[in-house]
Design a protein around this ligand. Structure first.
Ligand SMILES: Cc1cc2nc3c(=O)[nH]c(=O)nc-3n(C[C@H](O)[C@H](O)[C@H](O)COP(=O)(O)O)c2cc1C
Length: 179
């Protein structure tokens, strides 16, 4: 399944506040488990997603620096809370508030990752959407992909610092009601 075959529909979908979208991956980020809510919201069948990279639901308007933060954090053994815009099979988008954690074996090695997502509050998205738009614009402004990522990475850290926080996680908690 190539995600480049999916084109944006311009429609947004959502899910219920009492639902959780769950997925598990191997250490490389290939899907090993998805729950029914994942399938219902993404529009894929289990057969279509198991064994595929998690980027199968990547939305092209997500800034790359957010995924760098995700992978830097979880591959070093820590958890991350993050807002993510995803793309369904139809090209619809859906925003989630994700909690991503590493799973360890008895020897302390990372054997995979786990993500639980709930529906974000509109007030948090009001803050996240303009930030992610700025980060994406910065990434696209550079012909060189690496230079674009370096620059948006600095911009993300600066935005968090300007808001008065020392990590994206703390910033995220501050804008997330009832967290
Ligand atoms: C447990 C776990 C959950 C993930 N959830 C998502 C997700 O919901 N949406 C997404 O686009 N990427 C998710 N990712 C990150 C993807 O692996 C990937 O880094 C991202 O889609 C960017 O893809 P790219 O680097 O190929 O552009 C997740 C990774 C892990 C390990």
């Amino acid at each position: 399944m190539e995600r480049s075959r999916v084109s944006l529909s311009g429609k947004e979908r959502t899910f219920s506040p009492d639902e959780l979208i769950v997925s598990k991956t191997d250490p490389k980020g290939r899907l090993t488990y998805v729950n029914d809510v994942f399938l219902a919201v993404s529009g894929y069948t289990e057969q279509e997603v198991i064994g595929q990279p998690h980027s199968i639901i990547r939305h092209p308007e997500m800034p790359r620096c957010v995924f760098k933060l995700l992978w830097d954090t979880i591959s070093s053994g820590h958890e991350l809370f993050a807002y993510v815009n995803n793309m369904a099979k139809t090209g619809d988008n859906y925003w989630v508030f994700a909690h991503v954690t590493p799973n360890f074996d008895a020897a302390g090695q990372i054997v995979g990752y786990h993500s639980n997502r709930r529906v974000p509050e509109a007030s948090a998205l009001d803050k996240i959407k303009p930030l992610y738009r700025k980060l994406l614009e910065e990434e696209n402004r550079h012909a060189d992909r690496k230079a674009g990522l370096d620059s948006s990475w600095r911009m993300l850290n600066q935005a968090v610092a300007d808001a008065g926080f020392d990590s994206y996680d703390r910033f995220v908690f501050a804008i997330t009601p009832n967290s």
